[in-house]
Design a binder for this molecule. Sequence first.
Ligand SMILES: [Zn+2]
Length: 286
Amino acid sequence: MPELPEVEALAAYLRDRAVGRRVERLEVAAISALKTYDPPPSAVAGKEIIGAGRHGKYLDVFFEGGLHLLVHLSRAGWLHYRETFPSNTPLKPGKGPIALRVRLDDGSGFDLTEAGTQKRLSAYLVTDPAQVERVATLGPDALALDQPTFAALIRGQRGQVKGVLTDQKVLSGIGNAYSDEILHAAKMSPFAITNRLSDEQLATLYEAMRTVLNDAVSRSVGQKAAELKGEKRSGMKVHARTGLPCPVCGDTVREVSFATTSLQYCPTCQTGGKPLADRRLSRLVR
Ligand SMILES: [Zn+2]
């Protein structure tokens, strides 16, 4: 799932490539992906793209006249920039991977795609990003906080740190992958309880968050959109590396269930060498 660094890189790519271009047409191939109907997709035709940015993990493409196309890429969504399109025929609604296509006046443009059969990519055409409830309720951006504000925010929650870091209403931009990496860099158990963290632990966690996210942004920005996904994986130390050696200490990276997914961690670096117990015991005893 694209998180803050990847969405930031996509926005940077669009700022570089698409800003200043006029939209020829916004085509909707996956009707269910576009969650708004007023203004209609035709409202952006002829409008210049004047910027691209991000709200947490939401990509925001803005057009002259005050229109915004907000996109949540969900688990398997991505943006593919095309220098040209094979044909000028509008996309037909169907079951393919393309959800939306934006054609620009120089013949280039971009497709918002979603792999797999579960379609969860969501797009919104609005006059104000705050009209999207999940954007309006986002917590502060993970890279826009100073350390005292971050410490107060995290300590104000009472929960497992893994869940708190990924709760978009508390802090926006961090998902399953980067939270694993941040907790590994901070040498902290994913199940540590936030309101019991010391000042020192919170300072370490803050530094780890900044370092992991900034490193990922600098690796990603400037790359071609198509190459970003691979880059995300290559920078990971524990996430999606179950069974592989921790690059810091050599211990084996382990996995444990968490919420609707699983998390990866290094016992030596993060939990005093002890493997975490799987809380979803029902699986074993049923
Ligand atoms: Zn380790």
